[in-house]
Design a protein around this ligand. Structure first.
Ligand code: ADP
Ligand code: ASP
Ligand code: MG
Length: 459
């Protein structure tokens, strides 16, 4: 069980976030609304776009012919209408959704320049969250709830790194105090995850899956006592239950462990979600909106048990860069040069191993930006080539074993590698953190490797 922090016990308010499948259609929205209605402590609801709508909007930004564009807009419109048509009194909301769809249509038509730039992409993808939040407010109102729609861009001010914008915490706090705090006792606030606004008033997004992050940031800004992440599985499991059917839900997990899982690819939480929660010591609950009775996972500062092996994660689309240069031999400053260059190109390196004359680095190209930008641009490759010989390998995946005191386990190697005797492990990172061991493997073999490791370490 989790230890309750006294700082956060003062208030009982909860931010509840519902992901795409929880607001996919009228029925799932109603189930999600029930959760909000039965827990009076929920004061703010943060919503994702209905399932797959963000993907359709992204396709819309890539659609360079009229027919394709029309077909996508039709699909998006139909999804909204299957919800509108089930409402008791659709006339309340229909004009608002029609207006949003009309604006979306003109945005996608004005843009005849392909590929679209990140700013235009962010503007277009924001419509998913705008529409789902209006529809959800209407469902709540029809259930007798006094719900208010709130445009999160009034408070979620970010930098202008479109596709993966970073919110300004101080400003968020000031604006949340000003605009949200006075409303908290009057009505239930429904707002959008994922989207924000830069200082010039342009719409930004926080990266794919960013609604979890929005929920945690708002809870931190208003010193709420809990964040509830409602999704399609009953909590955080020992590994993705889609890969290992026998994976088990974890009842309580520490911030550190869950943050490692999120960073190393457990899609259940956006990688930045736990930063605000850790800063403000706000426990996070993860559960299934369609089966809330199944319980879920509490993430908090400490738990009764700290198992050696906690979970396995997988992060796909990894790129391995191997940089060779004789200049490295007995020299100083080569790594600094490489890292400066990568940082100038906004690239963060995940894993690193070195030898006398070469460095191997992994980069995450999962498109965690909302705009699917390519990391290894031509300019970067040209600049790197001036410093060293560069080999690029793709089609790799990172499998991470998450646990506690991993660096102190005797015989750890045999436990792990006996399961993987027949697979090629391209790179291993172990030792820097006692919470993880990372293996870089072929993407094609990654799921089988997870299944074998799960059997050996968890079953
Ligand atoms: P949402 O749309 O609600 O944000 P996501 O699809 O982003 O939902 O995240 C939920 C999915 O995360 C699950 O359906 C599951 O397949 C995946 N997942 C990956 N790793 C884990 C894990 N360790 N435990 C539970 N789910 C996981
Ligand atoms: N709708 C956005 C996405 O699909 C954000 C989210 O779901 O959290 O990435
Ligand atoms: Mg998600």
């Amino acid at each position: 069980m989790c230890a309750v922090s006294t700082a956060s016990a003062n208030k009982k308010f909860i931010v509840a976030k519902f992901g795409g499948t929880s607001v996919a259609n009228f029925d799932t929205m109603c189930k999600s609304a029930d959760i909000v209605i039965t827990n009076k402590n929920v004061r703010i609801v943060v919503l994702s776009a209905s399932a797959n709508i963000t993907n359709l909007l992204l396709k819309l930004t890539e659609a360079c012919n009229d027919n394709r564009r029309k077909a996508l807009l039709k699909q998006i419109r139909q999804r909204q209408y299957t919800i509108i048509n089930r409402l008791g009194n659709p006339s309340n909301i229909q004009p608002i959704i029609d207006n949003l769809l009309a604006r979306l249509t003109s945005l996608s038509e004005v843009t005849t320049q392909y590929p679209l730039i990140a700013r235009q992409i962010d503007e277009i993808v924001s419509y998913g969250e705008l529409m789902s939040s209006y529809l959800f407010v209407e469902i709540l109102r029809q259930n007798g709830v006094n719900a208010t729609w709130f445009d999160v861009r009034n408070i979620m001010k970010t930098n202008d790194k479109f596709g993966k914008a970073e919110p300004n915490q101080q400003l968020l706090k000031r604006l949340a105090d000003k605009y949200l705090q006075p409303k908290l006792h009057e009505s239930l606030i429904v707002t959008q995850g994922f989207i924000g606004q830069d200082m010039a008033g342009r719409t930004t997004t926080l990266g794919r899956g960013g609604s979890d992050y929005t929920a945690a940031l708002i809870a931190e800004a208003l010193s709420f006592s809990q964040v509830d992440i409602w999704t399609d599985v009953a909590g955080i499991y020992t590994t993705d239950p889609r890969i290992v059917a026998s994976a088990k839900s974890i009842s309580a997990i520490t911030f550190n462990e869950a943050a490692e899982m999120a960073i190393f690819g457990a899609k259940i939480l956006h990688p930045s979600t736990l930063l605000p929660a850790i800063r403000a010591e706000i426990p996070v609950f993860v559960g299934s909106s369609q089966m809330p009775e199944k319980g879920g996972t509490y993430i908090c500062t400490s738990t009764e048990k700290l198992p050696q092996f906690r979970a396995l994660t997988i992060r796909r689309k990894q790129t391995l860069l191997t940089l060779h240069s004789l200049k490295m031999l007995h020299a100083r400053g080569f790594l600094a040069e490489i890292f400066t260059l990568l940082s100038q190109h906004h690239i963060s390196v995940d894993l690193i191993t070195t030898s006398e004359v070469s460095i191997a680095l992994t980069l995450d190209t999962t498109g965690s930006t909302s705009t699917n930008g390519n990391l290894l641009t031509e300019t970067l490759m040209t600049e790197l080539a001036k410093l060293c010989r560069v080999d690029v390998e793709e089609g790799l995946a990172l499998v991470a074993i998450i646990g506690n005191s991993l660096s102190q386990i005797n015989g750890l190697g045999s436990k792990i590698f006996s399961a993987l005797a027949t697979y090629n492990i391209r790179m291993i990172c172990y030792g820097a953190s006692s919470h993880n061991i990372c293996l870089l493997v072929s993407d094609k073999e990654a799921e089988t490797i997870i299944q074998k490791l799960h059997k050996n370490l968890f079953e």
